[in-house]
Design a protein around this ligand. Structure first.
Ligand code: BTN
Length: 327
């Protein structure tokens, strides 16, 4: 009821009477008063005026389940939020909750991770309070070979949301799924799948976004940035999470319809920082270089080789010259 009550206050342009809240939620005035008290304790500034009711004057920068669920406008993505003040890894939480029957589209969000995981076994530094650490659970009914494309969808959803909310920022995507601002990494995505050869049980898409962090550890100082550092202003994390859920739901619908990324190849390529650049492909069978052209309908990176042939790179790591100082 807390999130619904908050939504009522948020969407009303006038005072909301205590009586109407009692009727709407089928509870007593004392119960309504108790929830108002809880919200105030969390930092919501709620005015109470006799004979008029309650009015939300301001709200804190928090990403609690209640805050997110009171603002979400999607059909399914992020409608159920599991919030953790501190956890090991939201991906691990989501995988555990998936076993417990958590719904498709549920989102685990944390203020801090103590064992944040990056790709290729790296650590994802996850200090408290400033950033976004979240994992979306999906229960798709397409074949496991298509799952890697979901990472591209999420990168696109993040890039679109940042561009929409902060149009002055120059957003890019380093294939397949690093989101960059001014060629510095601001978001990483780690997708983990639980599947059998011909069927997916669930997929967890973990997203880490450097939002209001202003200091980075020495090892990543040259390559990482945050939205705040690039914009010079404090950023509303909840708005970002909600926007990403909306955009992901939108792209996921198209993906399921086409069973590939064909419907948004050009949007993705528009963000692709590798495009037209020389890339080094770290193929286990041997490294090679070429010029990245864009992605194909399966999300693979098309690389034009010096001999005039082209390769579709769907795994392995692509290094981009000029990005992250990889030169
Ligand atoms: C990368 O290496 O670029 C991927 C980083 C992914 C980090 C996110 S933070 C939320 C989720 N939980 C984790 O432990 N990892 C992902």
């Amino acid at each position: 009821m807390k999130a619904e009550l908050l939504r009522e206050l948020r969407t009303s342009t006038d005072y909301v009477s205590g009586q109407s809240l009692c009727e709407k939620f089928g509870v007593s005035r004392t119960a309504v008063w108790k929830v108002i008290g809880q919200l105030r304790a969390e930092g919501y500034d709620i005015e109470a005026v006799t004979n008029r009711g309650y009015r939300l004057c301001s709200y804190p920068d928090i990403i609690s389940g209640c805050e997110l669920m009171s603002r979400i406008n999607t059909e399914w993505a992020g409608r159920k939020v599991y919030f953790r003040k501190e956890t090991g890894s939201t991906n691990d939480d989501a995988k555990y909750l998936a076993e417990e029957g958590m719904d498709h589209g549920s989102l685990v969000v944390a203020e801090k991770q103590t064992e944040g995981k990056g790709r290729r076994g790296r650590v994802w530094e996850s200090p408290a309070g400033d950033n976004i650490y979240m994992s979306l659970l999906l229960r798709p009914d397409f074949s496991p070979d298509k799952a890697s494309m979901l990472t591209l969808l999420m990168a696109l959803a993040v890039a679109d949301t940042i561009s929409q909310l902060h149009p002055e920022l120059k957003v890019g995507i380093k294939w397949p799924n690093d989101v960059l601002i001014n060629d510095h990494k601001v978001c990483g995505i780690l997708t983990e799948m639980n599947a059998e050869p011909d069927c997916i049980h669930d997929v967890v898409i973990g997203v880490g976004i450097n939002v209001n962090q202003t200091e980075f550890p020495e090892e990543i100082r040259k390559t990482a940035t945050s939205l705040r550092l690039e914009k010079g202003d404090h950023i509303d994390r909840a708005a970002l999470i909600l926007g990403i859920m909306e955009m992901f739901e939108y792209y996921y619908g198209m993906f399921v319809e086409h069973q590939d990324v064909s419907a948004f190849v050009s949007v993705y390529d528009g963000y692709l920082v590798n495009r037209g650049k020389e890339v080094r492909v770290l193929d286990p069978k041997g490294e090679y270089t070429g010029i990245a052209e864009g992605i194909n309908d399966s999300g693979a990176l098309i690389v034009n080789l010096p001999d005039g042939s082209a390769k579709a790179v769907s795994s392995g790591e692509v290094s981009v010259r000029g990005i992250y100082g990889y030169i």
